[in-house]
Every structure is written in structure tokens, then in C-alpha cells.
Design a binder for this molecule. Sequence first.
Ligand code: NHR
Ligand code: GAR
Length: 227
Amino acid sequence: MRRGFTSTEMPETKSIAVLLSGRGSNFESLLKASRTDALGGTVSLVIANRPGAGGLEIAQNAGIATALIDHKRYASREAFDRDLAAAIETASPDLVVLAGFMRILTPEFVARFENRLMNIHPSLLPLYPGLNTHQRALDNGDTHAGATVHYVNGELDGGPPVLQAKVPVHPDDDAASLAARVLRVEHQIYPEAVNWHLTGRLSFEDGVLHKDRQPVPLAGCLWDGDA
Ligand code: NHR
Ligand code: GAR
């Protein structure tokens, strides 16, 4: 019990559950932010759908609860998502965060976590939903690329954007060099957007996303480096 508070007055620690499929560098950026209080909460659970996902080892080394729910062991997306949802509920998180999670979720799953499910997508949404975003931006000769944090709704990568960061495309970029530049800003904007959610700064009013009671622009707030 923290001093100075009765049990009913205790400021409650908010928590997030992270779903990932791979390396886990975005999860790691959230974990680092939680240690400096920049996240507004803690990571209480990490779930991977792929055995060997690097993010699982990062979580285990940090003493965070983990689960592996291998989608290949399920006959349907619905059955996989039911077990995934049940595992998440054991932690009662305030927010579920997709961090390089590579499985499309069923409408039932999305509805269950409505308004408390976020994703980071490596493009300037609404440009390039889906996969292979960096190569598509290069093929189109785009001068800028970036990343978008958005709430997940029924539409793939189509939920309301919260925060977006832009980076330049360099003439000699390939998909890997561009991905690396975008990833650096991902690590800055995801903790910020999660903080906004956990500290109650985001709200839906008549279905429109607001931050600090002001409507959020259609592409999300533009990250200016020290949001
Ligand atoms: N689920 C829903 N319902 N809505 C979204 O907006 C989602 C989602 C699940 C994941 C992340 C997304 C991204 O940021 C995300 C957003 C995977 C695919 C995909 O095609 C598409 C978008 C995203 C993630 N996955 C293949 C599938 O059949 C599998 C690909 C693989 O395993 O490598 O699920 O880009
Ligand atoms: C990140 O660039 C993330 O935006 C992207 O995968 C990478 C995961 O890296 N997500 C998607 O493409 C979702 N389909 P990480 O595992 O190191 O966080």
C-alpha cells in the first residue's frame, strides 16, 4: 500500500497488454517509457502468436507475464481469437496494443475491445493500409513516408488515427533503409499515443475521436518531435 492513501483513494495503475508477432522493438519502446513514467501505466502481459518471437524473450527478461498462442494450432480465426481474448481478459488491461502483430483480427474480437485497441502501422494512413508499405511508397516515388498510431475498428488499418509522424524518403532508399527510418519515429509516437489513452486525454464524442476535448484531424495529430 502506498503511503498517504486509503485503499479506496489509491491512484490506480493503468496497464496495457501487448500483442506481437516478431522482434518486439515497439514493445521495448513502450516498456522503456513505462519505466520513466512516460507511458502513464505498465505493461502487464505480452502475447505472441508465433513461437520464437523476439518480443517474448524481452518480456521474460523484464519479468513480464507472457503467453504464446500459436495461430497454426487453431482451425479457424474465430477459435484463435476466442483464446486470445480470454488470455487478455486475465490481465484486465486498460488498453490492448498491437505492436507488429501480423494476424487480422475477427470483427467479434475488435468489437469486444472497442475503443481500447490500438495499432501502429508503418505508413501515413490512409495511404497504404495492409502489408509491404515501404516498397509501395518507394514504387510510387513518394517524398515522405511515416507511421500512424490508430484505434482499430472494423476496417483493416481504417480505424481513427491518433498520432502520425512523417520522415523524408531519401533518393537512395530501399525498403529496408526506409523501414529503419520509420521505425525510429514509431518508437517515439507509440508511447506518446498510449500515454494519451491511459491518462484519459482521448475520447470519442458522437463517434469522433477527440484529444483534450478537441476533434483530432482525420490523419491524426501530427507529431512534431516533442508532442
Ligand atoms: N485486425 C483488424 N480487424 N483490424 C486492423 O486494423 C488490424 C487487425 C490486425 C492487425 C495490424 C496491420 C498493420 O499494421 C493489424 C490491424 C496483418 C495483416 C495481414 O494481412 C494486415 C494488416 C496488419 C497486420 N496479415 C495476414 C493474415 O492473414 C498474415 C500475414 C503474416 O502472417 O505474415 O492475417 O499492418
Ligand atoms: C513495425 O514497423 C510495425 O509498424 C510493423 O511491423 C514492425 C514491427 O517491428 N507492423 C506491421 O507491419 C503490422 N502489419 P517490431 O516487432 O520491432 O515492433
